[in-house]
Design a protein around this ligand. Structure first.
Ligand code: ADP
Ligand code: F6P
Length: 319
């Protein structure tokens, strides 16, 4: 392993820059050459590849987004596109690639592995939905963003004695909604992992207003249903009026939390180590407070369930 490349792909996540910095600095520390690939897999196909120095990643640890930019690249889903990417890697003398992204980006990496390119995948997505790791880069920052939004909405909800539905990102996963709902003290949390029961929600709203609560917060994971549909159902079936707040892409922005910077630094460094050790196909992650690398295939074959005991706790505490 003489030269490696690093790219960011898929939906961006706060902390991607800290991970890029870690990969570049660790690689140079270990005596490797390192290149940055711009615009994810599209940049690999188009040869947007630049050699990085220590200074290339200066002053980025605190910045949201990704200096390498990110992209969703349909061309990489084709054999012809991947062949172009392979040829570019060979042309630039690149022996291994660190891919920072989500589940889709990892699938792309697996295709590169099949072509004989060693890949180390660093999980970065606010959805926290990658099998094999307890935490992905960006989840903690997004969680804090959502909790802050809930706090603000709670102020106006209390003033006007209103019920609010707050729609949270997460694609098909309920992690962000669940943690934010618990951290924000929501009365109800609706997740794709749990069947929806309108009566239960209405019951909870009535229960809390009955004991003098002046507002009600429902945190809804986007993967469950669109917020306006839920508002419609609550109005039609129980006469409950709600206001809807869809938080949207603000959840993906902002300076990464200290925790995201720390895990990004750890994951990036471990990714470089795994390539140096000769590993061909790994994902990096966190298990029981330890940084680990594991076989990339585990990401696609195992299906981990959300810890629904957190939901039970949230409901117990918001009676
Ligand atoms: P994320 O990495 O955040 O989950 P996507 O699912 O959009 O984001 O995936 C990012 C990119 O990874 C896609 O645009 C595509 O270029 C590549 N990719 C995803 N799935 C595959 C696949 N099965 N084969 C090859 N490339 C893939
Ligand atoms: O995967 C990250 C994520 O922000 C999801 O939570 C969300 O469903 C999706 O990306 C939004 O994608 P886009 O940026 O294409 O609108």
């Amino acid at each position: 392993m003489n030269r490696i490349a690093v790219l960011t792909s898929g939906g961006d996540a706060p902390g991607m820059n800290a991970a890029i910095r870690s990969v570049v600095r660790k690689a140079i520390y270990e005596g490797l050459e390192v290149s940055g690939v711009f615009h994810g897999y599209q940049g690999l196909i188009d040869g947007k590849i630049e050699q990085f120095q220590l200074g290339s990643v200066g002053d980025i640890i605190q910045r949201g987004g990704t200096i390498l930019r990110s992209a969703r690249c349909p061309e990489f889903m084709t054999e012809a596109g991947r062949e172009k990417a392979y040829n570019q890697l060979k042309l630039h003398g690149i022996d291994g690639v660190v891919i920072i992204g989500g589940d889709g980006s990892f699938r792309g990496a697996y295709e590169l592995v099949k072509l004989g390119i060693p890949c180390a995948c660093v999980p970065a997505t606010i959805d926290n939905d990658i099998n094999g790791t307890q935490f992905t880069i960006g989840f903690d920052t997004a969680l804090n963003t959502v909790v802050e939004a809930i706090d603000k909405i709670r102020d106006t909800a209390t003033s006007h004695e209103r019920s609010f539905i707050i729609e949270v990102m997460g694609r098909d996963a309920g992690d962000l909604a669940l943690w934010a709902g618990l951290g924000g003290g929501a009365e109800s949390i609706l997740l794709p992992e749990k069947a929806f029961d309108v009566n239960e929600i209405v019951q909870r709203i009535k229960q809390s207003t009955g004991r003098g609560k002046k507002h009600s917060i429902i945190v809804l994971a986007e993967g469950m249903m669109p917020a306006h549909n839920l508002a419609e159902i609550l109005k039609k079936e129980a006469g409950v009026e709600t206001r809807v707040s869809i938080l949207g892409h603000m959840q993906r922005g902002g300076s990464p939390s200290a925790r995201d910077r720390v895990i990004a630094s750890q994951y990036g460094s471990r990714a470089v180590e795994s390539l140096i050790e000769g590993k061909q196909s790994v994902a990096i992650g966190m298990r029981n407070h330890k940084v680990v690398d594991y076989n990339l295939e585990e990401v696609f074959t195992k299906r981990e369930k959300l810890d629904l005991s957190l939901l039970d706790l949230a409901q117990t505490l918001s009676i």
